[in-house]
Design a protein around this ligand. Structure first.
Ligand code: BGC
Length: 738
């Protein structure tokens, strides 16, 4: 080491120590400036470059990339972050390389798609959202953070807060459904779970709000496709969950693959500079999506990687994931005056800020502790936590004939369907940290309650037509008293790049269901899936349907607890289930047409071959008990805090939990408003015969909305207030805002 680099090292150590003191005061700014002053332009650009630890995992390999080159770049300080590196030993190895070899020894930040758990897997986010239980959701994210941090990860690419109304899009499994209000609350809970109260603690990780913006509105539900969405919807539906979690302190944002108003999100100044950084004062950093920079060439926006670097940096994208654009061309762009050095400095400061906040400057290895990894991965508390989350995520869609709950002494049960014995698919999509075959299967869970069953596979859950197992399944059903059919999608049939054109049960499963029904009508259908399905035939014919999604590690145990009544189901749908894929996009908070609802003539907005109504509406879900709603009271004497009250009584025989939902409608406004919008909800338990008064307060935050220019306004006029058990069964009242 020569004299100058020795001096620099001493200075960096000094900064790190000061950083530690400053960390407690959250006063990193002068430390950040001091580090920045030491950096060459090349080193600054290096901080803005992220590489994947191994390729073809969540995206295609870049044309010019190879492992040798990455290694050289790491040694030269040309890499600020790595993603998808697995395990403490690997993380430590790379961090050591950077700490030993680079001039400034700026620690790497390690990102990973910890979408619903690292090794101990929680339900997919869409399932979790169906619990409407913010505390449980926060806890589930906390578990994910503890395990991820224990293997050296500092940063998760979650939560995805993209609102989507299109079940064809495979990524709906990764979000919280179709509603902005609920999506915002869930986003906040997840960020809290990941980041905790102190980001510098070794069991919290930085969260990432993704994908900014409007990725959930891709045309035809086909992944990576074009988006064309009006600014009114953008401000009222797409932006609010992002704004909410930025206000709650999320430290990073990921931009999106799509184009918005002709400009790819990665180079979009309106999104990244005007809205995020200027209007919302976001001071963390923005990461591109996987090669979303380089993809601007295919979009026809940038002619080459050089233009990618220029337009992304000018557009406000601070870190480049796997495009190799910044590392190859950003230095030159600054030197040629195409990108102002001030923008590069701003981006680097943002990245350093998050590294300081995570405590990486204090101790780059603070997340690398093999002992902690051993102790914490699959900790019994985590298993218990994901089981709790899983049972709360299940939605009872139908329970005619009261076949459910099953009796623990029930004899002659048939269990049919390949997914019933599967130990992989129930983990769901996006589980790159998990080990194969680690889910508790339905058969395993079932056995703990009742062993009087026989199993027949019947048919695979793949898209192929396969009737080889039908005869065995039908024969078994014929001699059984009750049939539990576990049907639906495998984990690989939802998630990224897994769009579908139908929402049916894949492959031969519908045929299998009908064949079994022909010999035994006492069927309990357990659905496993990552998106709403159009199960109209099943709804008409099958007496009991339980939506169990992909519930993660404890799937089978959670499903068995609900099937046998040890847990009374309390989940409610957060995405509308259509009757037919042709109704998509279908969602509860639509605008009325000029022709209104049902008309006795033909000239109104409807289908001639299917009703407009959903199969199951937003907010819908049954319990083994029943709840009665009465006495809706609205007190608008204080116009900026309107009080709403309703009485809910458990009129059934079992204890249960209910989610009371409050919707409003601004009847006439300067911009048309939805027929209803969720503006409050409460989840609570009631013993048989017990009743509770549930109250809400509507403030201007709930009564107002955004104009097409993004200004928030609250108008005078008539408001309808609706309270009930789902978005359709509602008591109605109203008030006038003067
Ligand atoms: C996805 C992101 C993800 C990233 C890194 C992309 O393909 O769109 O959501 O975080 O890959 O794995």
């Amino acid at each position: 080491m020569n004299k100058t680099s020795k001096l620099i090292t001493v200075f960096i150590i000094f900064l790190a120590i000061c950083g530690n003191i400053q960390a407690q005061n959250k006063g990193f700014e002068s430390r950040i400036d001091s580090v920045l002053k030491l950096m060459t332009l090349e080193e600054k650009v290096g901080q803005m470059n992220q590489y994947n630890g191994f390729w073809e995992v969540t995206g295609p390999a870049p044309k010019d990339g190879n492992a040798k080159m990455k290694y050289e770049h790491l040694k030269k300080g040309l890499v600020g972050s790595m993603l998808n590196v697995k395990g403490t030993a690997e993380v430590r190895k790379l961090q050591e390389l950077v700490m030993k070899e680079t001039r400034l020894k700026i620690p790497l930040i390690f990102g990973f798609d910890v979408i619903h758990g690292y090794k101990t897997i929680s339900p997919i986010p869409l399932a979790e959202s169906a619990s409407w239980d913010l505390e449980a959701i926060e806890k589930s994210a906390r578990i994910a953070a503890i395990e991820a941090a224990a293997v050296g990860i500092n940063w998760t690419f979650a939560p995805m807060v993209d609102i989507s109304r299109d079940a064809r899009w495979g990524r709906v499994m990764e979000g919280a459904g179709e509603d902005t209000y609920l999506g915002s609350k869930i986003g906040i809970a997840r960020v809290k779970g990941f980041q905790g109260n102190d980001l510098s603690s070794n069991n919290t990780i930085a969260a990432c709000a993704k994908h900014f913006a409007a990725y959930g509105f891709i045309e035809a539900g086909r992944d990576y496709n074009t988006v064309d969405i009006g600014t009114y919807t953008l401000h009222n539906v797409v932006f609010p969950p992002f704004k909410a979690i930025i206000e709650s302190g999320v430290r990073t944002v990921m931009n999106s693959f799509n184009v918005l108003n002709g400009v790819p999100a990665t180079a979009n100044k309106f999104l990244q500079r005007e809205i995020l950084k200027d209007k919302w004062k976001f001071d963390g950093f923005i990461i591109s999506d996987w090669s979303s920079g380089a993809e601007m060439i295919n979009h026809g926006f940038a002619a080459n990687l050089k233009e990618v670097a220029e337009t992304s940096a000018n557009g406000g994208s601070d870190m480049d994931m796997e495009s190799l654009a910044y590392v190859s061309h950003l230095k030159e762009a600054v030197e040629n005056g195409k990108v102002d050095i001030k923008l590069v400095d701003d981006a680097v400061k943002r990245i350093l800020r998050v590294k300081f906040e995570l405590g990486l400057f204090d101790d780059p290895y603070k997340y690398c502790d093999e002992k902690r990894e051993k102790e914490l991965i699959r900790h019994p508390d985590h298993i218990a936590g994901v089981l709790d989350m899983a049972k709360k995520s299940i939605v009872l869609l139908k329970n005619d004939k009261q076949l459910l709950p099953l009796k623990k002494t029930q004899d002659k049960i048939a269990i049919i369907g390949a997914l019933a014995e599967d130990k992989d698919h129930p983990l769901g999509s996006w589980v790159i940290g998990a080990d194969k075959g680690t889910a508790v299967s339905v058969l395993e869970g079932f056995k703990k309650y009742n062993n009087n069953f026989k199993f027949a596979k019947g048919a695979n859950s793949t898209f192929e037509q396969d009737e080889k197992g039908f005869a065995e399944a039908v024969a078994l059903a014929k001699k059984s008293e009750i049939v539990v059919m576990v049907l639906g999608e495998g984990a690989d049939q939802s998630g990224e790049a897994r769009s579908r054109t139908t929402l049916d049960l894949p492959g031969s499963q519908q045929k299998l269901l009908e064949a079994v029904y022909a010999v035994n009508k006492n069927i309990v259908l357990v659905l496993m899936n990552g998106r709403p399905l159009a199960i109209t035939w099943a709804d008409k014919n099958i007496p009991c349907i339980l939506e169990s999604w992909h519930l993660g590690t404890e799937s089978g145990n959670a499903i068995a607890q609900v099937l046998f009544g040890d847990y009374n189901p309390s989940g409610k749908l957060t995405m509308t289930f259509p009757r037919n894929v042709g109704q998509v996009p279908i969602y509860y908070n639509y605008f009325n047409t000029g022709r209104g609802d049902y008309q006795p003539h033909r000239y109104w907005s409807h289908y001639i071959d299917e009703s407009n109504a959903p199969l199951y509406p937003f907010g819908y879900g049954l319990s083994y008990t029943q709840f009665e709603y009465s006495n809706l009271q609205i007190d608008a004497s204080n116009q900026s805090a309107v009080k709403v009250q309703v009485t809910v009584k458990n009129i059934g025989k079992l204890a249960g939990e209910e989610v009371t939902q409050l919707y409003i409608r601004d009847k006439f406004a300067s911009f048309v408003r939805p027929v209803k919008e969720l503006k409050g909800f409460k989840k609570f338990a009631l013993a048989p015969n017990e009743s509770k008064v549930i109250d809400f307060v509507l403030t201007e935050a709930e009564l107002g909305f955004y104009t097409d220019k993004g200004d928030f306004i609250v108008e005078a006029g008539e408001f309808e207030v609706m309270v009930g058990t789902d978005s359709q069964k509602l008591l109605k009242g109203g008030f006038v805002r003067k």
